[in-house]
Design a protein around this ligand. Structure first.
Ligand code: HEC
Ligand code: HEC
Ligand code: HEC
Ligand code: HEC
Length: 325
């Protein structure tokens, strides 16, 4: 479990199990983990050599064990263990096709009807976004993209190659119009089976700016379009929702006077996977709360600050009016 979750849990009352469940039903859902969390809050037991059950977060058993019995998908040839399981590890397993169904993921990636919503939209709505997309109609499950060949990868917004495969990006060459330059940068959701991005926590920053011949950004030449579902830190309000539904496109149209020191026009798309968390951790460290969780929140903040990366960058030469050649 990440330090950002643990840091918040440690400052809850040990017997506030409903409050714990609000988080651990997704982050550490086993009964044994609920017990070890409550114990850790009382005893201030953390950071032992062997991670405690709740510290292990989403373990194999969370998805594969119910009532001390093992479950899993049928074998790839569609067979399953028969009654004679002698010789199979842990006495075989019960096969269930539920593992191959997108509803399997909805348990933790979709709020239920009536749960927390802003501006009429549930805070987590990934399964419904997928269900109303062409991917559902084409039979492309969550697993087909996030667990290819049944590999437990779960790559998403933190992964550079996944983010590159999510969208098609196109930079239109600069065109001079008098003293100004015009250009555009388009980004289309071509490979994401739900909104791009699906959560309120990341931001995708689409930008065009002028740079000097040595690549230095020139002030006042930057134009930006942010793709995100922006919400207030206290979740009181949705500020904007510019996410891209499957196959939807956003275009940043650039028009600015050409700077006298301009050498290049730069087109860039950056991803800040933890933009919301970064601000949230900063504000919680600035307040009196949390107390015990503070060192963990601090390390979660460090992680959130390090997570941004660039998925697209191109530059085109820019000449000032009157330049020859
Ligand atoms: C419905 C399932 C669900 C519930 C309930 C839930 N989370 Fe999460 N949480 C997630 C998922 C999924 C992610 C990963 C999102 C991402 O990074 O794109 C996440 C990510 C996080 C992160 C950032 C990653 C990290 O490890 O630092 C923090 C912090 C966090 N959750 C805290 C909480 C807290 C505190 C609660 C309870 C108030 C909570 N969550 C309840 C599903 C849930
Ligand atoms: C978040 C839930 C989740 C967690 C955690 C998880 N699994 Fe799975 N596992 C699945 C799903 C879903 C499938 C089926 C994927 C599919 O059919 O495409 C699966 C498939 C499998 C399979 C069958 C693979 C095959 O090739 O047929 C095995 C074995 C397995 N998991 C073992 C593990 C082990 C061991 C761990 C811990 C290290 C683990 N799983 C953690 C959800 C999970
Ligand atoms: C028991 C709850 C649970 C189930 C079931 C579950 N997830 Fe998750 N998933 C989580 C949590 C919690 C995280 C965040 C872990 C963290 O960052 O600490 C997460 C993270 C992810 C991420 C990475 C997000 C990022 O920020 O990069 C992807 C992708 C993902 N899950 C997809 C799936 C898919 C696909 C399925 C179904 C096969 C599934 N999950 C089933 C709880 C769950
Ligand atoms: C067609 C492929 C595809 C399908 C189907 C798909 N995803 Fe994704 N998913 C992606 C790509 C690509 C990304 C990275 C872009 C992004 O973050 O939106 C992603 C990102 C995510 C993330 C990271 C969090 C975030 O803010 O974006 C989660 C969680 C996730 N998917 C869960 C799911 C679940 C649950 C389903 C099924 C209901 C699903 N995905 C179906 C391709 C897919």
């Amino acid at each position: 479990m990440g330090p950002g979750v643990l840091g918040q849990l440690l400052d809850m009352a040990p017997d506030a199990s409903d409050e714990h469940q609000d988080c651990i039903r997704c982050h550490a859902p086993l009964a044994e983990q609920a017990a070890s969390l409550a114990e850790a809050i009382v005893k201030t037991r953390t950071g032992s050599a062997q991670p405690l059950p709740h510290e292990q977060g989403l373990t194999c058993a969370a998805c594969h064990v119910r009532g001390h019995e093992r479950f899993g998908p049928p074998r790839r040839d569609r067979s399953a263990p028969g009654p004679d399981v002698a010789g199979l590890p842990h006495g075989g397993w019960k096969a269930s096709s539920a593992f191959e169904d997108s509803r399997f993921c909805a348990a933790c990636h979709q709020f239920r009807e009536g749960e927390f919503a802003l501006n009429g939209k549930l805070l987590e709505n990934t399964y419904e976004e997928w269900k109303s997309s062409r991917y559902a109609r084409e039979g492309k499950s969550c697993q087909s993209c996030h667990m290819p060949e049944r590999r437990h990868l779960w790559r998403g917004v933190h992964d550079e190659s996944m983010m590159k495969s999510a969208v098609a990006i196109n930079a239109a060459a600069p065109v001079r119009a008098g003293n100004s330059v015009e250009a555009s940068l388009s980004i289309r959701n071509t490979g994401t089976g739900h909104h791009f991005p699906t959560y309120v926590t990341p931001k995708v920053i689409v930008e065009i700016y002028q740079a000097t011949a040595n690549g230095k950004i020139l002030p006042d030449t930057l134009q930006v379009h942010v793709i995100a579902r922006l919400v207030e830190l206290d979740l009181s309000r949705e500020i904007a929702d510019t996410r891209l539904a499957p196959d939807e496109e956003a275009v940043l149209r650039y028009r600015r006077p050409v700077h006298r020191r301009a050498g290049f026009l730069v087109y860039r798309v950056r991803v800040a996977p933890d933009a919301f968390y970064k601000e949230f951790f900063e504000s919680s460290l600035a307040s009196a709360q949390p107390v015990r969780g503070k060192p963990m929140i601090r390390s979660a903040l460090e992680r959130a600050r390090r997570s941004p990366f660039t998925i697209f960058e191109e530059q085109r030469p820019l000449r000032r009016a009157g330049d020859s050649g």
